[in-house]
Design a protein around this ligand. Structure first.
Ligand code: FAD
Length: 466
């Protein structure tokens, strides 16, 4: 099966096509370089051309054409993913969704939107229309698309209250175009959503999204400091368990993260200061301050609605989730990270164990997350990188202790997830992408059903480095 790139390009020449080597390279990359492991493997990857459809009909045309000419298609939202998700490993077409960004309908409790809409633009539209906002967003709110969040993300700011994208009710409906001789348009709800949500665009292109909304607030953003790490961790968890206080973010940073990596926070903390980043609804501030009053070892050092900082820190959520890694990387390029699930009821015990074993080589950055009605921690731990072997050793120690790792140093769905095949996604790929042209190399189960996960998967179809 040989790709006829020239024929596909000629057939699509009337659309918004990009073949400029410089912009094409930029459109073929994401934030894979956070991982030294991925940086070494994916740095050379580039597509053959990019096309930015304006309508679902143009998406269908691109897919029909690429199918006919055996051209791989890798979809791109804004390319803020961290695992090479939007990178065209086998070359071919980069399907850029930026022109499909319309907010189509807003109703009480729900919105219908095109996939290329930026999260911030979606929030602005629903807030202006009827004082509503999306329940959760990636901390890349300012730059990422809603389609990329659903196909590549997991949750984020808001997940302390609403859980993750995969939880029932957090996506209402997805409209999906298949990659067949004659592409079909399908509508998924309920159980069917799991076929394409968090599937990295390997089995269909999302062309319309219906999401639930929550009331919008002018969230009060805060930093709360403690001298002991355990006090910060308990503060965040106990606050999230206060049923009457509405929060959108509770993030814990082990010392000296705030002092060493948060430039604008540095003048206000000591190296030994642990920090909790918070977003609290304005009407919950009385309850929050009462809660704080019961915690003599915790103190507010920053409040977005009342402070005397000469230089404000910017949005507090841009210190949390994977922005913590970004801030650390800017100061110390040898920093990388892990994604850990510290599950209920052993979450605090597991964090303590990992701290005892690895701090300061691994520093704890915890995001409070609701899972099955319980408060747990998602760890995006900062790791001082030395070698791949050492990184693997740290991963193994977490797994052996019972802390699940979603490895951000792998580019496949399975290795970045639970190391098992998602049968629903695989079955749908067989039906919707029979030639295996959508985002090749990202689903091991498609390429090598017998893969044992005893080594790093290396996609055999990867375009060679020049
Ligand atoms: P892209 O990176 O362009 O794409 C992501 C994946 O989705 C790719 O596999 C792509 O092929 C696929 N895709 C995109 N659009 C479609 C479509 N229409 N149909 C089918 N497939 C599609 N992630 C989180 O979940 N939570 C966070 O809090 C978070 N914080 C981050 C912080 C930083 C600093 C960085 C760099 C990354 C962070 N991420 C986070 C990862 C990423 O930013 C988010 O998942 C983001 O929502 C991805 O959106 P995007 O538009 O950039 O998608």
């Amino acid at each position: 099966m040989t790709a006829d790139i020239a024929a596909a390009k000629a057939a699509l020449a009337h659309l918004e096509l990009d073949e400029n080597p410089v912009s094409l390279k930029a459109k073929s990359r994401d934030f894979f370089w956070y991982s030294p492991v991925l940086k070494a493997r994916l740095d050379h990857v580039v597509g053959d051309f990019a096309v930015a459809p304006r309508t679902e009909a143009e998406v269908i045309e691109v897919l029909r054409t690429c199918y006919r000419h055996n051209v791989p298609v890798t979809t791109r939202g804004a390319g803020t993913g961290n695992y090479g998700q939007a990178m065209p490993l086998a070359g071919g077409c980069v399907l850029h969704m930026r022109n499909m960004a319309a907010v189509k309908e807003i109703h009480p409790g729900r919105v219908i939107v095109e996939p290329g809409c930026l999260l911030k633009d979606l929030d602005a539209a629903t807030k202006a229309h009827s004082g509503q906002e999306i329940r959760m967003f990636s901390s890349t709110w300012a730059t990422a698309t809603i389609g990329g969040f659903i196909a590549g993300g997991s949750g984020g700011v808001g997940s302390c209250t609403w859980g993750s994208l995969r939880d029932l009710g957090n996506i209402i409906r997805l409209r999906v175009v298949t990659m067949e001789e004659e592409p079909r348009v399908l509508e998924f709800r309920g159980e069917e959503l799991a076929r394409v949500s968090h599937a990295y665009g390997t089995n269909g292109i999302i062309s319309e999204i219906e999401m639930p909304l929550a009331p919008a607030y002018d969230w009060v953003e805060m930093f709360v400091a403690t001298d002991e790490f355990d006090d910060a961790m308990a503060f965040a968890e106990d606050l999230a368990n206060q049923d009457g206080i509405l929060i959108k973010l509770a993030t814990v940073f082990e010392a000296p993260i705030a002092h060493d990596y948060f430039q604008r926070v540095k003048p206000h903390v000591e190296p030994a200061t642990n920090l909790v980043g918070l977003m609290v609804a304005p009407h919950s501030m009385d309850g929050f301050l009462t809660f704080l009053g019961r915690r003599p070892r915790a103190r507010i050092i920053y409040r977005s609605d009342d402070n005397d900082w000469a230089r404000g820190p910017g949005p507090v959520f841009e210190y949390g989730w994977n922005h913590t890694t970004l801030r650390a990387l800017k100061v110390d390029p040898s920093i990388t990270y892990l994604q850990v699930r510290y599950g209920f009821p052993r979450h605090r015990e597991l964090v303590a164990k990992m701290r005892e074993k690895f701090s300061p080589e691994v520093l704890q950055h915890l995001e409070v997350l609701r899972e099955g009605g319980k408060v747990i921690f998602a760890g995006l731990s900062l790791v001082k990188f030395t070698t791949e072997e050492r990184l693997d050793e740290i991963v193994r120690a977490h797994e052996e202790a019972g802390a699940m790792i979603f490895n951000p140093h792998r580019y496949t769905l399975e290795e970045g997830g639970r190391q098992t095949v998602d049968d629903r996604q695989l079955r749908f790929k067989k039906e919707a992408d029979p030639k295996g042209l959508l985002n090749p190399g990202k689903m091991i189960a498609w390429d090598d059903p017998d893969f044992k996960y005893d080594r790093v998967y290396a996609y055999p179809g990867m375009k060679a480095a020049e």
